[in-house]
Design a protein around this ligand. Structure first.
Ligand SMILES: *[C@@H]1O[C@H](CO)[C@@H](O)[C@H](O)[C@H]1NC(C)=O
Ligand SMILES: *[C@@H]1O[C@H](CO)[C@@H](O)[C@H](O)[C@H]1NC(C)=O
Ligand SMILES: *[C@@H]1O[C@H](CO)[C@@H](O)[C@H](O)[C@H]1NC(C)=O
Length: 490
């Protein structure tokens, strides 16, 4: 059913339990001829604020700290890609002929299947033709073996949890590890939740040379191989219906509202993580690292999804309620994760959408020019549609809340770490320090890439695989590496 028709039926009611969340993002109809008026910033390249390009900041070690690594810009890849053969050599994708999900920018003139194929190839090369370059320090080069060994040395490896964008990250990570010749078994029947549709657990394929090599190098006992090294939990909101009801009813929602949501959910994921992270008998000597939970709660936290919250006088008042539901969710989640020992929680910042992303074929020059050009995200989304209903719908996607929610995580994680540090001083008195917290600030890197969405003209929220998504794994790899250094060196 076309969303345009749905919205005529009556926004608040239908509000689209029928159509998934995704479809709504897919319908930005940016191909319409509507001229963009609302403060569409001029070409970002005219931008004013330039970073101190010529200042070299001396770093005490060659490595960038996590926040430094994510502060930088995209420079042309050197050497650039000119042929698809070069691209395939650099990004050997062993599973498909080419990466899927990186569509060409649509044209008004129809293309033949062959032309489209070629256009998709060209776009993929173009998107991958850039290198992330921190202003100071260097990142540890990606090394699949090193990454895997680190995960094997923890009871539960890496657990990703989040929505469809986290799912995209999981895909790119699977390819990356596969490129490193690491092979997996999925859905092993002895594992908990092995048949849950939203739980994907990868264990190392036993008895192949690579696994045996990793086993030897990691020094962990063979028993570790029976448990996952990478797990994906697809859970869109991180909390379920009863909790969302309790929170929204406190904020004025009717106790009898109809629950039409079809969120992907893993009921009991918190216990799953706790069990995965628990040390195992016979592994105490070598499986000593923290299990890593990489978590995100992103685009679903909008008025669009929280249609049960009663209308208020202004958009701002309504958004304040969404923000409050978000905080309450965080309180529940952090309260459950914080006591878990031997767990490192990396919160991945929600990445931005770029209205009319098909209009940019290159990254912005740097963070400040991207921020400037991408301000007024809601006005620009609205400008892409004609009717009041559609404009209202665009407002209610609340893309402008992404950075607000990110900021709350950033502050909360600071506080959680202060509290943990305090408990650490009181271990003798029986305090358990619990989980360690990290905020992965990947916003700037992503906001600079309007050109890198999966389907320009259709979907300006998801990302073109494998760009950016690979970089998220690289940043995690680097952070885990820094954590492994003795305190004086990191
Ligand atoms: C600063 O860098 C630009 C190129 O990035 C270069 O053209 C210019 O000469 C440099 N200026 C100085 C003072 O080094
Ligand atoms: C990659 O960038 C270089 C310039 O740095 C350009 O010459 C080349 O055509 C680009 N490749 C593609 C496939 O767009
Ligand atoms: C990030 O990904 C791009 C490809 O999209 C790659 O060229 C670049 O080297 C990566 N950056 C880092 C620091 O690994």
């Amino acid at each position: 059913m076309p969303p345009a028709r749905l919205s005529r039926v009556g926004l608040a009611v239908v509000f689209i339990g029928l159509v998934g969340f995704c479809l709504l993002f897919l319908d930005s109809s940016p191909l319409s001829d509507t001229p963009v008026k609302l403060n569409e910033p001029a070409d970002g390249s005219k931008l004013i604020i330039q970073p101190p390009e010529n200042i070299t900041i001396p770093a005490p070690t060659p490595w960038c700290k996590p926040d430094e690594c994510t502060t930088g810009r995209w420079l042309p890849r050197d050497p650039p890609f000119t042929t698809i053969a070069q691209f395939q050599a650099a990004y050997a994708n062993r599973l498909d002929r080419l990466w899927k999900g990186c569509h060409a920018i649509p044209t008004t003139k129809p293309r033949t299947a062959e032309e489209l194929d070629k256009a998709n190839e060209d776009r993929l090369m173009k998107v991958m033709n850039w290198t992330w370059t921190p202003y100071s320090g260097q990142m540890r080069p990606w090394n699949a073996d090193e990454f895997m060994i680190r995960l094997m040395r923890s009871p539960g490896g890496l657990i990703l949890i989040g929505d469809s964008i986290t799912q995209q990250h999981m895909h790119s990570l699977g390819y990356l590890l596969n490129q490193g010749d690491i092979q997996f078994d999925a859905r092993q029947p002895h594992l908990p939740m092995h048949d849950h549709k939203n739980v994907h657990q990868l264990t190392l394929k036993p008895n192949v040379p690579k696994t045996l090599e990793l086993l030897r190098r990691s020094g962990v006992p063979p028993s570790r191989l029976s448990r996952p090294v990478v797990t994906m939990l697809e859970d869109h909101m991180l909390i379920g219906e009863p909790e969302i009801r309790a929170i929204t009813e406190r904020l004025g929602a009717s106790p009898t509202y109809h629950w039409y949501h079809d969120f992907q959910r893993v009921e009991g994921w918190e216990e799953f993580v706790e069990n995965a992270a628990a040390p195992r008998e016979g592994e105490a000597k070598s499986v000593t690292e923290d299990t890593v939970l990489m978590m995100n709660a992103g685009a679903h936290w909008s008025r669009h999804e929280f249609a049960m919250l009663p209308p208020r006088r202004t958009d701002k008042d309504e958004q304040a309620r969404v923000k409050e539901t978000y905080k309450q969710m965080m309180k529940l989640i952090t309260g459950r994760m914080a006591p878990i020992p031997q767990l490192s929680v990396y919160y991945r910042s929600t990445s931005p959408g770029h209205p009319a992303c098909e209009r940019r074929a290159t990254p912005y020059e740097n963070g400040p020019s991207a921020e400037h050009a991408e301000q007024n995200v809601v006005g620009r989304l609205q400008a892409l549609v004609d009717t009041d209903d559609l404009k209202k719908q665009r407002r209610r996607w609340d893309w402008d809340l992404f950075p607000v929610h990110n900021q709350i995580w950033k502050w909360t994680i600071r506080r959680l770490n202060r509290e943990r540090a305090w408990r650490e001083t009181r271990i003798a008195q029986g305090e358990v320090p619990g989980a360690r917290w990290f905020y992965m600030d990947l916003w700037s890197q992503a906001v600079q890439r309007p050109d890198a969405h999966s389907e320009p003209g259709v979907d300006c929220l998801h990302w073109c695989l494998p760009t950016l998504l690979n970089n998220w794994s690289f940043h995690l790899h680097h952070s885990l590496f820094l954590e492994s250094l003795p305190p004086t060196e990191s």
